[in-house]
Design a protein around this ligand. Structure first.
Ligand code: ATR
Length: 282
């Protein structure tokens, strides 16, 4: 590992791989983390074409690369590529962080769930223990966060999805009995939740999942895993219905990056100023 004062050594190389990748905020975030913690490293964004993942990772590693973040659509291929999986990667069924260790091992981890949980608890004082939580969506984004959320012992998590079978199958997979159930939108409980998390891709299309208004009250916190310059339609819906807190996923993005940075460098950056600067640049 090279330090800031190790002028002769080449900076350690890290990157994010995905497709598309030009919109990625990860180079900006990790460059800010590196400055703040005085770590000498380069972090770039690499666009990988379909079918080219293994080759791209192999090239990166052969050139001395130390670690990668993996984003859409390669988290599954990353799972297959690595030699070892962390417990968090196993729960998520996907890898978003790869470390090429000095002993030659290539380890896959997943920092998405811990990123969400840290953003909720540390940045927004939203507790999960003993709470009733509604999660919308049953795709990779939701699977990635379920393990770390369940570990905090909420009293109940309901996963509601447009395609009901996917929600039921996901709940069955985690096998938590009464604590976790999957359903379609029409079967969402008609009493308010403490926390509603939107993990669907609906915000990307400017659509609102059909959430019954009985699920929200003025003590409900609402969190969209998406973020953008303007509030998403889900966030607008939450505000209209008087939610206690309305939050976007920018903090989750920065917190999952901070966890990757910690895995690679052994130093935990301060995320608050980085969240503020990424927000200012949207
Ligand atoms: P990701 O990895 O981002 O989770 P995904 O696996 O394609 O992506 O999952 C997208 C999720 O958003 C799914 O839960 C999807 O519902 P279906 O399983 O029924 O497809 C959900 N989704 C996408 N568009 C939606 C919309 N317009 N309204 C409600 N749910 C939507």
């Amino acid at each position: 590992m090279s330090s800031l004062f190790d002028f002769d050594a080449k900076p350690d190389a890290y990157a994010v791989m995905g497709n598309p990748i030009s919109h990625s905020k990860s180079p900006l975030i990790h460059t800010e983390f590196a400055k703040q913690t005085q770590q000498r490293l380069n972090y770039s964004a690499i666009q990988v074409d379909a079918g080219g993942f293994e080759q791209a990772v192999g090239n990166f590693r052969a050139n001395g690369g130390k670690g990668l973040n993996i984003t859409v659509p390669f988290k599954q291929e990353a799972w297959e590529f690595v030699d070892e999986h962390s417990e968090r990667a196993i729960q998520a069924g996907a890898v978003n962080t790869i470390s090429f260790n000095d002993d030659g091992r290539c380890v896959g981890d997943n920092t998405d769930g811990v990123g969400l949980v840290r953003d909720l608890i540390d940045n927004h004082s939203v507790e999960l223990a003993g709470k009733r939580i509604l999660i919308l969506g049953a795709g990779g984004a939701v699977r990635g966060v379920l393990g770390p959320m369940l570990a905090l012992q909420p009293s109940a998590i309901v996963i509601a999805n447009r395609t009901e079978e996917k929600a039921v199958a996901l709940a069955d997979e985690f096998d938590r009995g009464e604590q976790l159930r999957g359903c379609g939108f029409p079967s969402i409980d008609d009493q308010p939740f403490d926390l509603i998390i939107n993990g669907t891709a609906a915000s990307l299309q400017g659509e609102l999942p059909p959430i019954p208004t009985t699920a929200i009250s003025n003590s409900t916190c609402c969190y969209d895993m998406m973020y953008g310059k303007a509030p998403t339609v889900f966030m607008a819906w939450a505000s209209e219905h008087g939610a206690l807190k309305v939050l976007d996923g920018l903090g989750m993005l920065v917190e999952q990056a901070a966890e990757s940075f910690f895995i690679w460098r052994g130093v935990r950056p301060d995320t608050s100023e980085v969240i503020a600067s990424v927000k200012a640049g949207l």
